[in-house]
Design a protein around this ligand. Structure first.
Ligand SMILES: Cc1ncc(COP(=O)(O)O)c(C=O)c1O
Length: 370
């Protein structure tokens, strides 16, 4: 409530929800959890979320980029951090020095990382990624043993993990996840026979962590569920999970229309005499999409956004909330009175997924941690 006089638009993150969501998964699965905090923790704020996840029982962190790994390490997070994807070769030394675990899928990477490790006199931690069916990143299964051999035979390298990523775990009725898991098991058996021993095997994202115990292995890579967001329409969180993020703004001006007039660029909406138009400091540069059909909550009621969304501002039609006043808090995502707008509702409106909605909230929008 107090932020309405401090910010134009802001996000509130309930860290207790993050902690509690992680705790649920740790308790239900009894498997070690890697908190996926890439993309500024899906827009929630990487460092505070990482600390909350730790207090909920997470032991590992997963990120996408070198910069994300360093942000955590330099802030004093001393747990294992894995870069899940590409690491630019010129950053290998820095990653090894900072004890960041790296994902590899080609022999050239393994050779270059071993050379870096040798040079600086410190072992590098590697996770071999196998492409079992996502066709995004990973060695093809038939070549996995060659790379495992390369890692295992270098004294500069620690074979810390073997992993894969599911393409359709959020559609639990399909056989794809089971098929990918079986492929991973075949590779594991080959590794066992050859004496390659990656310490951690991991495959499950949130959807698989919720629906597919056979995919859990020794580590879960928990993203969307930690934020209290549903993995998909077919994999819904139980009531015990709570969304951590609310997105808010404030009514800055109210105009009562005296004669028919166009609203915003292009005059796509024509206001009629008697209409009350409200202005909110929220625009596409904040990550609020420039499409028709947006809604926000004011005084607990859903009101339509009218006219084109501008870079920093938008207009709303206030006819259904005559008591609305300048200074009122406006909800983009979250609860107000008896009503709520979920990230999933916004995703539906925008023709996308909750992941994109949360991670797309603009960098300039302050994150307030409560
Ligand atoms: C490799 C990898 N593992 C785990 C995750 C976490 O997935 P989710 O947010 O569905 O739990 C992601 C997210 O995209 C990912 O790319």
């Amino acid at each position: 409530m107090g932020y309405v006089k401090l910010y134009s638009t802001w996000v509130e993150i309930d860290l207790e929800s993050i902690k509690e969501n992680v705790r649920q998964v740790v308790e239900n699965t009894k498997v070690t959890v890697m908190a996926i905090v890439k993309a500024n923790a899906y827009g929630h704020g990487a460092l505070p979320v990482a600390k909350a996840a730790l207090s909920g029982g997470a032991s590992w962190f997963g990120v996408a980029r070198v910069e994300e790994a360093l942000e955590l390490r330099q802030a004093g997070i001393n747990r294992p951090i894995l870069i899940l994807g590409y690491t630019p070769p010129k950053r290998y030394d820095e990653m090894i020095e900072n004890d960041i675990s790296l994902t590899v899928w080609e022999s050239e990477q393994i050779d270059a990382i071993a050379a870096s490790a040798n040079k600086i006199g410190k072992q590098a931690r590697l996770h071999l990624k196998v492409d079992t069916g996502m066709s995004r990143l990973g060695v093809q299964p038939e070549n996995a043993s060659n790379l495992a051999n390369l890692i295992s035979s270098s004294s500069s390298l620690i074979f810390e993990g073997l992993f894969t990523h599911f393409a359709r775990a959020d559609e639990p009725d399909l056989p794809t996840t089971q098929q990918q898991t079986e492929l991973l098991m075949i590779i594991l058996e080959e590794f066992n026979n050859a004496g390659f021993q990656p310490k951690y095997i991991h495959a499950a994202n949130s959807a698989a962590a919720l629906t597919h115990p056979s995919t859990w292995f020794k580590l879960l890579r928990l993203g969307i569920a930690m934020y209290g967001l549903h993995p998909s329409p077919k994999v819904q969180l139980s009531e015990a999970f709570r969304p951590a993020l609310s997105w808010k703004t404030v009514l800055t001006q109210i105009t009562t229309v005296e004669f028919s007039r166009g609203v915003s660029y292009g005059h796509e909406f024509i206001a009629q005499p008697g209409n009350r138009i409200g202005t909110i400091p929220l625009g596409y540069a904040d990550g609020f999409r420039r499409i028709a059909g947006n809604q926000v909550l004011i005084r607990g009621l859903k009101v339509p956004v009218i006219g084109r969304v501008c870079m920093d501002q938008s207009m709303v039609l206030l006819d259904s909330v005559p008591e609305a006043k300048v200074g009122d808090e406006v909800i983009v995502i979250g609860k107000q009175g008896e009503n709520h707008i979920l990230a999933e509702d916004v995703a539906k409106r925008w023709g996308t997924i909750n992941y994109e909605v949360a991670s797309g909230i603009g960098q300039r929008v302050p994150r307030i941690f409560i």
